[in-house]
Design a protein. Structure first.
Lengths: 237, 93
């Protein structure tokens, strides 16, 4: 059975929701990984959860990026291990250069806690394999700095390589400025690295894991991971 | 030897600065019409030990790239001078 590790930095606050979804909704073995641990060998997937690691001091994710565990995460990703960064986790992955670009302050300067609709642009990833192309996922965002930026050349490359995995859209699937909670370039909500094993997304799929919470669409991300890991296409790295 | 470095971190040209726009909007709302642009950056002071001013500069440049700035979005300049960190104010001892 695949084993999930959820990293906890000082200031992380979404690790329990991720743990809850994996353990009680998806019924998977899951552990917390303290930011000073350096051994990820037990895990088939490592998740960097949301929150305010190190108080967002200096820049979001700037200090967490140098936590001891991140050396292990970089090596793990280098070997092809699956890494999912959610919200602050995405910010940390960008600071760590495991993903290109950066997350800036929301263009309207407000902290936005709201439902968004995500259009799935690439289903050929371990994180979206259970989705249909163009499927709409209703998932909430909760951030003040989710405005994705990359220079024009990098943006072009991301689009050309299919590295944009989810985009903010209307419920009907139209990618419009009004559908974006933060002003991200090209309405980018989540991207994957070139090798296809590291995904970062600003919305919180773990908060859309049960109907009681208002949406179960977040489950598709976790179900895709479980499916990918249990059909023998990945080996523990 | 002890040095103080002043690091100025600014957004690269071409990177949107919503905070700067908001500050400019506030100036206009206050009745000032002559400010055509505002961009907000960071000023960081570091006190340090180094064998020479060149070594100090090299160290601050390195941490400037690794931690104090995000090279995707920002650039920085630095100034270094021999100085001792004040103890009565500005220290966290």
């Amino acid at each position: 059975m695949p084993r999930f590790g959820v990293v906890v930095f000082p200031g992380s606050n979404c690790e329990m929701d991720v743990y809850e979804v994996l353990k009680n909704v998806m019924d998977q073995p899951v552990d917390y990984v303290w930011h000073q641990d350096r051994d990820l060998s037990a895990y088939d997937c490592v998740i960097l959860p949301g929150g305010f690691s190190y108080g967002d001091y200096l820049r979001v994710g700037a200090i967490a990026r140098f936590s001891p565990v991140m050396e292990a995460v970089a090596a793990y990703a280098g070997r092809g291990g699956l890494v999912l960064g959610i919200c602050n986790g995405f910010q940390i992955l960008c600071e760590a250069h495991l993903l290109p670009g950066a997350l800036q302050r929301n263009v309207h300067l407000k902290f936005r806690c709201a439902w968004t609709h995500l259009r799935v642009e690439n289903t050929a990833t371990p994180f979206t394999g259970q989705c249909a192309p163009g499927q709409i996922l209703k998932v909430p965002v909760n951030h003040g700095e989710g405005n994705y930026y990359a220079d024009p050349a990098t943006l072009q490359e991301l689009e050309r390589n299919g590295q944009v995995v989810v985009r903010y859209a209307t419920a009907a699937g139209e990618v419009t400025a009004a559908a974006s909670p933060n002003g991200s370039l090209q309405n980018i909500a989540g991207i994957i690295n070139r090798q296809g094993n590291v995904l970062g997304m600003m919305p919180h799929p773990e908060r859309a894991g049960e109907a009681l919470l208002g949406s179960e669409d977040g489950r598709f991300i976790f179900a895709s991971l479980v499916d990918y890991l249990t059909t023998g296409r990945a080996a523990r790295v | 030897m002890q040095f103080k470095a002043e690091v100025k971190v600014t957004l690269k040209a071409g990177v949107l600065d919503p905070q700067g726009s908001a500050v400019r909007g506030a100036l206009i709302a206050m009745g000032y019409n002559q400010f055509s642009g505002v961009r907000v950056g960071k000023h960081i002071e570091v006190w340090m030990d180094a064998v020479s001013i060149e070594a100090a500069r090299a160290a601050v440049t390195e941490v400037g790239k690794r931690l104090l700035s995000n090279p995707v979005l920002e650039t920085f300049t630095l100034e270094i001078e021999p100085a001792v960190m004040p103890t009565a104010s500005g220290s966290d001892a």
